[in-house]
Write a protein that binds this ligand. Structure first.
Ligand SMILES: C[S@@+](CC[C@H](N)C(=O)[O-])C[C@H]1O[C@@H](n2cnc3c(N)ncnc32)[C@H](O)[C@@H]1O
Length: 277
């Protein structure tokens, strides 16, 4: 490993963390780049070119995912009465974060962010320093048992009470076996009345889904799968789907910020499932 790779690296002049390798692309930074954020390196912008070549509206796809996440959190806290949230693959802090929406609707809400990318941890820790009911854990979400026995998670989440697990734009970064096993393990952890939100790339039988999947898998990132309606439905097996069910993300309880004629409408789907009492 070169000396440069051992050195603390900066993004926009900020100290980040010594373990971050600026020569390797990261999902968190590429996502940040396509949704218009500022935390990315040249390598992230380079691998993004293949994504833009496949679907030039990739930025709209990323933002569709982001606003779907925030709309879902608002519903979970303000309509479903959820006051504990575990956000898996939380990504880099951006405009409108899960804890900000949650605390706006319930100042006593507890939020645990989980991500395996050190850059997310570095930025989130700085952002969250003043919130005692919000924390961030570095963990691999594929180890659901390990995650749900982590003392830092258990400090803020009482798994015997209803809570919400957010899996927004994360299961499509796992391969089929891993995604199915992770979703099943998560459903198993839910106490009665708890929720699982699952938002993912959709293969609605159109060529763009295949092209974009190829760009993700072969363009330097190595993950990013587009799944059929049936495959996405299986993630929520045995849960009661909240209305309107598993739908194009922009059709899930749209509000004034939701695009109504998006060119990426058919590339992303979402649902929230509830563990029966
Ligand atoms: C596309 S971003 C999604 C961010 C956010 N959930 C959203 O919907 O806006 C995916 C995030 O998942 C994280 N991630 C990918 N694989 C992971 C894993 N196995 N365990 C934990 N985090 C993971 C990445 O580091 C990245 O921050």
């Amino acid at each position: 490993m070169s000396e440069e790779q051992h050195s603390p690296v900066g993004i926009d002049g900020q100290f980040v963390a010594p373990e971050i390798d600026p020569t390797k692309p990261s999902i968190a930074r590429v996502y940040d780049y396509v949704i218009g954020g500022k935390q990315h390196f040249a390598i992230d912008r380079e691998v993004s070119k293949a994504l833009y070549a496949a679907v030039p509206e990739i930025g709209q796809l990323g933002r569709c995912g982001r606003i779907t996440l925030l709309r879902s959190v608002r519903w979970l806290v303000s309509e479903a009465g959820i006051d504990q949230i575990v956000d898996l693959g939380s990504g880099l802090p951006t405009e409108g974060n899960v804890h900000e929406i949650a605390l706006e609707h319930n100042p006593d809400c507890h939020v645990v962010y989980v991500d395996n990318d050190p850059i997310v941890l570095a930025h989130a820790r700085a952002l969250l320093a003043e919130h005692e009911n919000v924390t961030v854990i570095r963990a691999d979400i594929r180890d659901v048992d390990g995650l749900f026995s982590d003392p830092e998670l258990l400090r803020l989440i009482d798994p015997d009470r209803p809570f919400a697990v957010i899996a927004s734009s994360i299961l499509h970064h796992l391969d089929d076996d891993e995604a199915n096993a992770t979703a099943a393990a998560l459903r198993e952890k839910l106490s009665p009345g708890s929720y699982l939100m699952s938002a993912n790339f959709l293969d609605d039988d159109e060529p763009r889904a295949k092209e974009l999947e190829r760009a993700f898998l072969e363009g330097g990132l190595g993950t990013g799968r587009f799944r059929t309606w049936d495959e996405l439905a299986a993630f929520l097996d045995g849960l009661e789907l909240v209305e309107p069910g598993l739908v194009y993300a922009n059709d899930w309880r749209p509000d004034e910020h939701t695009p109504r004629d998006s060119p990426v409408q058919t590339l992303f789907a979402t649902a929230i499932g509830r563990k029966p009492a």
